[in-house]
Design a protein around this ligand. Sequence first.
Ligand SMILES: O=C(O)CCC(=O)C(=O)O
Ligand SMILES: [Fe+2]
Length: 697
Amino acid sequence: MIRLSFCESRVSPRQQVGFWSGSGSGSRTGSSRGEKSKITEVDLSDTESLCRSLWNSDKCPCNNSLDSWLIDCSNCKQYWHLDCVTLYGLDDADINKLVKWRCPFCYVAPVSTSQFTQDDSCLTCRNTRTLRDANHAFEVAAAASHIKNTAANNEDDLTSHSSAIASENAMKCIESEFKQLSDRCNHMFHDVSKNVAKLETEITKFISQPLATSSTIETHSVLLQRISDQLETISKKQANTAPTAQRPSHPVPSAGAFEAPPPPPPTTAKHHQKSNDGLLHEFIDEHMSTSIIGLLQASDFKSENGRSTVSFGEPYTYTGSKSSRNATTSFPDVLQPVVDKINALQKDLFYSNHPDLKKHENRHPAPLINSCLVNRYTGPESFLPSHSDNEITIHPESSIFTLSLGQPATVKFSGIDQEPEPANDTEITPGHRSLYHMTRKSQDFFKHAIDKGSIADGTRYSLTFRCVSWKNRNSTCIIGDSNTGMLNFGTNKRSTFGELMPGQKYWAPCIRDIKPESCISFSNVVILCGINDVKKSEVNSQEDIRNLGNSLINKIKQIKQLNPKCYVSVCPLLPTKSRELNQKVNFFNCVLASKVASMGPGVQCVEGFHGFAEHDGTLVGSLSKTLDRHGGLDILHLNPYGARVLAGLIKGRLNRNFNLYIFCYILVVLMIRDNLVKLACLYLLPTSYQSYFKISP
Ligand SMILES: O=C(O)CCC(=O)C(=O)O
Ligand SMILES: [Fe+2]
């Protein structure tokens, strides 16, 4: 119950100094507590004693005497002026209605106040102390928990820090090791890239410059061989392997030459073990060799320079050949199994060089062995003069296989231009029943010989197998883009050129794809290439087109360097269905024609291409495809009919060369039979011509 009383007291001067720093003005609008009170006589440092001295619960803590009702606190019983506790405007009746009222002391802090006791009767102090203690306890507890946490954290931190430091150190070590490694790698990479750059420059120089004369240059193949030897030496050094484990050091003038053939079919594998000396030892068994030697002992050998010879199958003729003309072009039964085994190797070699033809074996058969020339050597006095098997009648893609029987011999190989003292000779010593092979193409760059004294007492037979045909005089290599796709060599019904013109097609969509080395040993080389270069968007100016023309001419020069005897027939670019593109095509053709004209009789343009153009210069519709394979308009591809017309033009050009050759051949034969020519002239030519030729009867 609230107790209400009326304040009558007056504040004594001593009581004005009080805990409360304000002095009540008595006004209803609130006491002015900002005024500073004077502190005398009381020890201010002892707050509690100070409070006790001042405390009187019957008086408002403002210590002022006001005409005002007082209200006491339901909790601590302290009296307060109504105005001092902001209960303005309430009278005693209102106040008495209040059941419970708590004074500001009891709301000093949001902490529970201690129970009122006599010892601790000062509410101010009690609350303050309680508050202080509570705060202190709270602080202590908070501090304790903080310290604990910090300690725990520190411990964790410490652990993690120490492990972090450890890992950091480890990382630093790794980093420095890594740096060292990367420095070394950089060094190595730098060296390697320097070497690669050097190599690249060398190759670029070699390819970009027209080759020098065949007597002074090293061929592509030799350069490649040198590079491969160099790489081999480096890898040998690095792998620290015994040099004896390396492949034989025979010169390799073109792919596969002098190398042992690839692994044979599994059924005969045990006889075909490839050896380090490039020979296939025990290529045939003893039984087969005995049968062959029996055949040879019964054969009629003709004596030649240093040895004697006999031949089987198709005749193989060369300068000074004396071996008999064979009654039949088929092989004796005894030889057939060997020929079959060699043909299996021949196929493997051919299709490994032309993997794209493998899936059409019927249309693109490998050149098969049809000729065998046997040399008989009888002891140390026998020899084989240095020579190349570069006869034009040997199929350009054929290998030349030699089977040895009897005494071993040393066969020496040397570069074709190393007369009279061959340098860098390499040799092999084929023993009884062994086989070695060379490519036909290698024969344009290398020769071989058996010197006197290189065969021991006794007899040695060598049987050399080749694919030979007089038609190979007209062998042709076509290097072309998609428009040569429908031109086919071969003897079947899809053949475009027929059996008189054996040959090989090489795919070169752009001028840079032309490989001069693929033309080696062909009689004719036909080139149809350049449209894919000309139609490139970056080829715009006449200068660009002139450069393209020059690059094609460079390729032709390289072909002529590698194969000086061949006839090169260059096809102009076909017109297209785009007039804009045709302007570039025409300019390219002009450049080409003028440059080809200055290259001499071995290089000529194929004529008659104007037949592919309509009156407005575009590609004739009836000779060309309408749609490309994506269903769009085809502007530059011939249809089968157009391809036949193209084949006709190429054939016409090549036949002219062939016919010229045949004509010259016949003329020479007739001139040899001098008397016959004279006789013919005497009776057939008019007198004026007789006097012109100064022919006298
Ligand atoms: O006897 C040999 O090993 C080589 C034979 C040869 O080169 C040849 O007949 O053309
Ligand atoms: Fe030979």
